[in-house]
Design a binder for this molecule. Structure first.
Ligand code: NAD
Ligand code: TYD
Length: 337
């Protein structure tokens, strides 16, 4: 039985990964190390909490002693580092925790991996490290890294640091750079769940700038299938882009959500643009498709419908989240609307 340290496994993508692996594999033991920040939620893991191949540890990846103790105790074969502060707008409100968790935290995990020896370290990076595209072209793995937000620059720092551990120490590091994810359990600060929930609550839908910024959307399970393949077949020292070639202008996503929920477009409110807002992201994922045989399986039209359905069926999940800290954050960012 191979043992994997999964960090950030109580967040959106990490919890989908844990649920997916424990449902589909019986040869992997997962230790989920998560600090349970505002974005971490054990409700996401209810179905697997007593699974024989699973253990949850509440803790911070920046905690050297704890990380060392876990490596000693479990002798991990693999590390998959999902843990991060993940929201651009929060990184604009305050960047310090982004650099602590994303950069220092990754360093702690890399150092422990080097001390104890592992078979593969998968660093979950993002296409946002490449910066912004004009109206044409795609990010490839050789596009220069040029991040624009505190969030993406902290991710670029951890991504490049991880690669440096391959070049300098021979640590078997692989980097994934995925485009924007959507699906169940996504925290309501992100575009798609925020717009679904505001529509259901009859609140205004705050669209930044002219609404014409483009993101390239991939269903979270397709991302996690790619991570599984990279874990097993990814070549050490390599970067793999992940994306489903589904570019959408923000305003079109918002209108699609309104139309699925039969709500009026009058709920849309154009608001002041996000500072430094990247105009367009678009991924060329031919490397992982050609070299590792991955391809996206979920069609956007079906998967976005299923995602909207999930938020309709799981009101308790998000109603429990959009109180307290979330309300404070929302007011700071969006004012009284
Ligand atoms: P998320 O914010 O939903 O979850 C992050 C998780 O990490 C939470 O459970 C949180 O408690 C945990 N965490 C944060 N700091 C920690 C720390 N110091 N120690 C331990 N745990 C900590 O994020 P997500 O959307 O699931 O993203 C997961 C990863 O994927 C991130 O590394 C992110 O940069 C990357 N990524 C996200 C997207 C996307 O569209 N969401 C796209 C590409 C890459
Ligand atoms: P987001 O989900 O924050 O992801 P990222 O910035 O990491 O790509 O935002 C996706 C897009 O939606 C981005 O162009 C910003 C825009 N957006 C809005 O227009 N209004 C909002 O309230 C939010 C959260 C995002």
């Amino acid at each position: 039985m191979k043992k994997i340290l999964v960090t950030g496994g109580a967040g959106f993508i990490g919890s989908n990964f844990v649920n997916y692996i424990l449902t589909n594999r019986d040869d992997l033991f997962l230790v989920n190390l998560d600090k349970l920040t505002y974005a971490g939620n054990l409700e996401n893991l209810k179905e697997v909490e007593n699974h024989k191949n699973y253990s949850f540890i509440k803790g911070d990846i920046t905690n050297n002693e704890l990380v060392d103790y876990l490596f000693k105790k479990y002798s991990f074969n693999y590390v998959i580092n999902f843990a991060a502060e993940s929201h651009v707008d929060r990184s604009i409100l305050g960047s310090e925790v982004f650099f602590r968790s994303n950069v220092v935290g990754t360093n702690v995990l890399l150092e422990a991996s080097r001390r104890y020896g592992i078979e593969k370290f998968v660093q979950i990076s993002t296409d946002e490290v490449y910066g912004s595209l004009g109206p044409t072209g795609l990010f490839t793995e050789t596009t220069p890294v040029s991040p624009n937000s505190p969030y993406s620059s902290s991710k670029a720092a951890s991504d490049l640091m991880a690669l440096s551990f391959f070049h300098t120490f021979g640590l078997p590091v692989v980097i994934t750079r995925c485009s924007n994810n959507y699906g169940p359990f996504q925290f309501p600060e992100k575009l798609i769940p925020l717009m679904i929930i505001n529509s259901l609550n009859g609140k205004k839908l705050p669209v930044y700038g002219d609404g014409l910024n483009v993101r390239d959307w991939v269903y979270v399970i397709d991302h996690n299938r790619a991570v599984e393949i990279v874990l097993e077949q990814g070549k050490a020292g390599e970067v793999y882009n992940i994306g489903a070639s589904r570019e959408m202008k923000n305003i079109n996503i918002v209108k699609l959500i309104l139309s699925k929920l039969t709500k009026p477009e009058g709920l849309i409110e154009y608001v002041k643009d996000r500072p430094g807002h990247d105009r367009r992201y678009a991924i060329d994922s031919s490397k992982i498709q050609n070299e590792l045989g991955w391809k996206p399986e979920f069609d956007f039209e079906n998967a976005i419908n299923e995602t909207i359905e999930w938020y309709l069926k799981n009101k308790n999940w998000w109603q429990g989240i959009i109180t307290g800290e979330y309300q404070k954050y929302y007011k700071t960012l969006y004012g009284d609307r």
